[in-house]
Design a protein around this ligand. Structure first.
Ligand SMILES: [Zn+2]
Length: 454
């Protein structure tokens, strides 16, 4: 396996037009407005502070941002259009998901997806492995190695599905796989996590991957199994990642099978803690969102996916008001199958504004896509860029909007949230290594010769 080559760039010096998100030390941010200087030496940020007077140096349009975080994904390679899987209501769509017109292995699926995410400035992603064959351990291992090889931070969720016979959902007393089988699965997960850790210990990829337990959704996993996984999470700290109330069908199942409430039942099973991430929550009610907030659960909203799978409208405003760790995920179903975290952020902010009937500031929107989702990555979570820390950062080139710099209506975060995209991602650093550098204009095809006035 190739883990960052020795020639990987780990050192650099930049002058910045500013920092956004929760980058920089709080006391240094008081100096915002001036230019900043950034230095990375052997992977560690050694300088991140307002610069002394600019002097004769040319003005810069580079802005430092924490990497975007993709709080829920599956690593679907170039996307479901490429795989020949048309959008459809979730339950119909699931029937076609395992019959791709263009099948690929997990290494290719996750590798291609991770590469595209990094080019867009997404520095970490949760990959919930959808197995394509019987060797689940092998597929999760391949997914994790593909993420490590690309240099993205990754939470890899090991799928657990033992009562999925009826797509509409299990009975309340469905037996599931039984204690012995679940314990064996947990052993597999722990063995794999240990193996992956050993493979990267001492290398630059150490700490890039966190293996998590992935009960696919409460409607497809037996209660006893959910309780056993929650018990293991409490005992070891291993995180849980599950889908929750994604579609109207799942809402109807929950209300039918749990007339006294699905979320209180999940709470009694020990599932709702700060070690758990739930994805979607498209159909959650306010009291349910409030319970997630009280328990410190991370909620990954997936606005594009919900539209493509006819699941509903992501409750961005209601979640942001109730769940501190409400964040964003692409679910491998970005609107244009391009893993563009900026377009997703723009969509989420638009929904938030439309649902709240007010303007949402760029910093609040940016938090959805950066800081709010860090817990979902467990031991692989990036820390906010600051002096003394490994470099996990994105350098955005906001030069097309340089004329807005300093305008009172246009803080830098608002420019980024309103207009940035993969084309403006100049560099991406993950865990101290430069993992993406936008090609220099000089490497583009030579322009057609033309007359230049003397
Ligand atoms: Zn999903």
């Amino acid at each position: 396996m190739t883990v960052h080559t020795m020639s990987a760039t780990r050192t650099g010096r930049w002058r910045l037009a500013g920092v956004i998100g929760d980058a920089g030390l709080p006391e240094a941010r008081a100096g915002a407005g001036a230019e900043w200087e950034l230095a990375v030496d052997d992977g560690v940020i050694t300088t991140l502070r307002p610069a002394p007077a600019a002097g004769s140096s040319p003005p810069t349009a580079l802005v430092l941002c924490p990497p975007l975080l993709n709080g829920h994904d599956h690593g679907r390679g170039p996307g479901t259009v490429d795989a020949g899987i048309p959008d459809a209501p979730l339950e119909e769509w699931l029937e076609t998901l395992d019959r791709p017109v263009r099948p690929r292995g997990q290494d290719e699926l996750v590798g291609l997806a991770a590469g595209a995410m990094l080019r867009a400035g997404v520095g970490a992603a949760v990959f919930c492995v959808n197995p394509t064959g019987p060797d689940v351990v092998g597929e999760v291992r391949a997914a994790a190695r593909a993420a490590i090889a690309r240099g993205i931070r990754a939470a890899v969720a090991f799928p657990v599905l033992d009562a999925g016979g009826d797509r509409r959902g299990r009975r309340r007393d469905a037996p599931g796989a039984g204690r012995a089988a679940v314990d064996a699965l947990i052993e597999d997960v722990e063995r794999l996590a240990g193996e992956l850790t050993a493979e990267v210990t001492g290398s630059r990829a150490a700490g890039l991957v966190d293996v998590q337990l992935g009960p696919v959704g409460p409607q497809w996993v037996a209660e006893a199994t959910l309780a056993r996984l929650a018990e293991h999470s409490a005992a070891t700290g291993r995180r849980l990642h599950l889908h929750l109330l994604e579609s109207p069908g799942q809402r109807a199942w929950a209300d039918d099978v749990y007339p006294d409430g699905l979320l209180p039942a999940m709470d009694r099973l020990g599932l709702l803690t700060e070690r758990t991430t739930v994805a979607h929550g498209t159909q959650l009610r306010d009291d349910e969102l409030a319970l997630l907030g009280e328990r410190g659960v991370t909620l990954a909203l997936n606005a594009s996916s919900n539209l493509r799978l006819a699941a509903g409208v992501a409750p961005v405003a209601r979640a942001a008001a109730r769940v501190r760790a409400a964040c964003l995920g692409l679910d491998g179903l970005a609107l244009s199958d391009d893993h563009d975290g900026w377009a997703e952020l723009r969509l989420a902010r638009g929904l938030w504004q439309a649902q709240a009937h007010r303007r949402v500031p760029g910093t609040a929107a940016l938090a959805l896509a950066t800081s709010a989702g860090r817990a979902a990555f467990g031991a692989a979570a990036p820390r906010p860029p600051a002096e003394g820390r490994l470099a996990d950062l994105v350098l955005l080139d906001l030069s097309p909007w340089r004329h807005l710099f300093g305008h009172p209506d246009w803080p830098l975060a608002d420019i980024a949230v309103a207009a940035a995209g993969p084309a403006h991602v100049a560099e991406v650093w993950v865990a101290g290594t430069q993992v993406h550098h936008r090609p220099e204009p000089s490497s583009a095809p030579a322009p057609r010769p033309r007359e230049v006035p003397a």
